[in-house]
Design a protein around this ligand. Structure first.
Ligand code: GAP
Length: 512
C-alpha cells in the first residue's frame, strides 16, 4: 500500500468521525489526537477484545487501573529519569530540532534506496537472466554504496551503544547530512532530551513536588505487585493487566496516530519463577500472535522482529510488527524483563518485594514477562487493513471498511425505504428490540444506495431495509457489507443472524 492510500485513510478517519486532530479550531496540537463518535466505539471494542482475552481467558490474569500520577522516585527506580532519552540536535538556520539518530537512520535508508533502485534497473535491463545476488556482489556502484552504508552503520551502532553524543554529531557532519528545511549543515551539539512530561503537585508555597505523567503503564503494575498478590491470594505464575494513558514528549512525531505524545497502552506483566522466564516468553509470544491473527487480516501481515540489542535488564525481547501502509512497523513489544523492576523498587522503596513460593518453600523476587501493545497503533493497523476501494460492476467506486464484525462501531444500520407510511415507526421498533445487544444506527436521509455507502464507509457489517412488505409480513431485506448480497428475512430472526457474526464471544472462542 502506498503513502497515497495512507493519506486517504487519514482523511477517511476524519470525514467519518473516527479521528480528529486535537484542538483543531486552534490549528491543532502536534501529535495529539481525539477520537470521534465512530473512533471511540472501535477503540473500545479493541480494548474489550484485549481485556477479555487476558482476564476472561486466563484464570490467573487479573486487571488493575492505577493512577497516572505516581511517586517520582518510581521513575528513578525504573530508570526513566536517567535513561529515557532521545539524542537531539538543532539546526541553527531553520531553528528546527531533530533526533540525531533519526537523521542518520534516514541517511542510511536513502543509501538502501539508491542500491535497490540500481538493482531494479538492472533487473529490468537483463530480464529473466538476471541474477540479483551476483549483481549485488559484483556491481562496482552497488559495492561502493554498500561499503559506505556498512561503515556508517557500524559507527552509528557503536555511538548509540556507547551513548557517544559527539560521535553521533560527527557522523552527521561526515555524511554531510543537511537540514531538510534550511538545506544547511549548521548544526548544534547533540544533547540528551528526556521524553517524560513533568508537572508540579501541590502549591509552590508548600514546596511543590515535581511529578511525571507516566511514560508507560507498566510501573503502576510493578508497584502494586504485592497488593494484588496478597489481596487476590495469587499464586505464581500469574499476570496483572492494565489499560491506560501514557505520555511521551516525542520529538519526531509523525505518521498520524502511529507516534503520539498522549497515547494508550494495554500492558500485562506476567510474574514467573526465576529460570522459567524463557519458556513463558515463548508461550506469550504464541498467545499474542494468535490474538492478532484471529482478526483475519491475513497471516502475512504480521512478523516478529527479535531484538539483537537488548536493554540491560532484559534477557529476550521481540516486537510484533504489522504491515502498515508505510511498511512493517512495531505494534506490540514482548519482553522478558528479568527481576529488574521489582528488585529496583525494593531497593528504592526499602520495602521487601518478594514472593513466598509454597511449593518450593522459599522466597524469591519473581521474573517478569511483559506484553505491551499500543491501543492507537492497533487502531491504525485495524483501520489500514480494513480500508478498501472497490470498483463495482456499474463502474462506481465504493469505499468500504472491512472491519472484523466484532470490532465494528455500528453493528446494524436500520433504513426505512421512505420517510412515511409507518416505515420509520417500524424501523424504530426494530431498533428498540435490538438496541440492548447491538449498537444500531437509524438513517432515513437520501437514497438507499447512498445510505448503504455511508454504512460501508464506517464498516457496518449489516443493514436492514424496512419497506411496505415489512408492515404486512414482518420481514426485512438484510444486506451484507462484504458481499453486498441481500436477502429477505423475518424480523424475529435478525438478532440470531447478527449475534453469530458480531459476537466478541465467538471471536474469543477462536483463541481461547
Ligand atoms: N512497558 C514497555 C513499553 O512501554 P514500548 O516499546 O516503549 O514498551 C509499547 O511501548 C507499545 O506502546 C509500542 O509497541 C507501541 O504500540 C506503543 N507506543 C509506544 N510509544 C508510542 C507513541 N509515542 N505513540 C503511540 N504508541 C506508542
Amino acid at each position: 500500500m502506498s503513502e497515497d492510500v495512507f493519506k486517504k485513510i487519514v482523511s477517511h478517519c476524519k470525514e467519518y468521525g473516527f479521528v480528529f486532530q486535537s484542538s483543531e479550531i486552534y490549528d491543532g496540537l502536534s501529535a495529539v489526537y481525539d477520537y470521534g463518535q465512530m473512533g471511540v466505539e472501535l477503540k473500545n471494542n479493541i480494548k474489550k477484545y484485549w481485556w477479555d482475552s487476558m482476564v476472561l481467558l486466563h484464570e490467573n490474569v487479573v486487571g488493575i487501573d492505577s493512577a497516572i500520577f505516581m511517586h517520582p522516585t518510581i521513575w528513578k527506580a525504573s530508570g526513566h529519569v536517567d535513561a529515557f532519552n532521545d539524542p537531539l540536535i538543532d539546526n541553527k538556520d531553520s531553528k528546527k530540532r531533530y533526533r540525531a539518530d533519526v537523521l542518520i537512520e534516514d541517511y542510511l535508508a536513502k543509501i538502501d534506496e539508491k542500491i535497490n533502485k540500481e538493482v531494479e534497473k538492472a533487473a529490468k535491463r537483463f530480464g529473466d537472466s538476471f541474477d540479483e545476488t551476483m549483481y549485488r556482489q559484483t556491481n562496482p556502484r552497488v559495492l561502493e554504496n554498500q561499503a559506505k552504508r556498512d561503515e556508517v552503520h557500524a559507527r552509528f551502532a557503536k555511538a548509540l551503544n556507547d551513548s557517544n553524543l559527539e560521535e553521533l554529531r560527527q557522523i552527521i557532519i561526515d555524511c554531510e547530512i543537511v537540514d531538510p528545511i534550511s538545506g544547511t549543515r549548521n548544526w548544534t551539539e547533540v544533547r540528551q532530551f528526556n521524553l517524560m512530561f513533568s508537572t508540579e503537585m501541590g502549591s509552590t508555597a508548600d514546596g511543590a513536588m515535581k511529578v511525571y505523567l507516566r511514560p508507560e503503564t507498566a510501573q503502576g503494575i510493578f508497584v502494586n505487585f504485592l497488593n494484588v498478590q496478597k489481596t487476590g491470594r495469587m499464586k505464581i505464575p500469574f499476570g496483572i493487566a492494565q489499560i491506560g494513558k501514557a505520555f511521551r514528549n516525542e520529538i519526531v512525531a509523525r505518521q498520524f496516530i502511529f507516534r503520539m505524545r498522549e497515547f494508550e497502552q494495554m500492558e500485562m506483566q506476567f510474574f514467573v519463577r526465576p529460570g522459567e522466564e524463557l519458556e513463558w516468553f515463548a508461550k506469550w509470544k504464541e498467545t499474542r500472535i494468535k490474538w492478532h491473527k484471529a482478526l483475519g487480516f491475513g497471516d502475512n501481515k504480521y512478523r516478529f522482529h527479535d531484538h539483537e540489542k537488548l536493554a540491560h535488564y532484559a534477557n529476550a525481547a521481540t516486537d510484533v510488527e504489522f504491515e502498515m501502509p508505510f511498511g512493517f512497523k512495531e505494534v506490540e513489544g514482548i519482553h522478558s524483563r528479568t527481576d529488574f523492576d521489582l528488585s529496583s523498587h525494593e531497593k528504592y522503596s526499602g520495602k521487601k518485594i518478594q514472593y513466598f513460593d509454597p511449593e518450593l518453600n522459599k522466597s524469591y523476587t519473581p521474573y517478569v514477562i511483559e506484553t505491551s501493545i499500543g491501543v492507537d497503533r492497533m487502531f491504525l493497523s485495524v483501520i489500514s487493513a480494513s480500508y478498501a476501494e472497490e470498483v463495482l460492476e456499474d463502474g462506481e467506486t465504493r469505499v468500504v471498511l472491512r472491519l472484523p464484525a466484532a470490532l465494528a462501531p455500528i453493528k446494524l444500520g436500520v433504513l426505512p425505504l421512505i420517510k412515511k407510511d409507518g416505515l420509520p415507526e417500524k424501523a424504530r421498533e426494530i431498533i428498540d428490540t435490538l438496541k440492548f445487544d447491538f449498537k444500531c444506527q437509524y438513517d432515513e436521509k437520501d437514497s438507499i444506495g447512498k445510505r448503504y455507502r455511508r454504512q460501508d464507509a464506517i464498516g457496518t457489517p449489516y443493514c436492514v431495509t424496512v419497506d411496505h412488505q415489512s408492515l404486512e409480513d414482518n420481514t426485512v431485506t438484510i444486506r451484507y457489507r462484504d458481499t453486498m448480497e441481500q436477502e429477505r428475512v423475518a424480523i424475529d430472526k435478525l438478532s440470531a443472524i447478527i449475534a453469530d457474526k458480531v459476537s466478541m464471544k465467538n471471536l474469543l472462542k477462536t483463541i481461547g
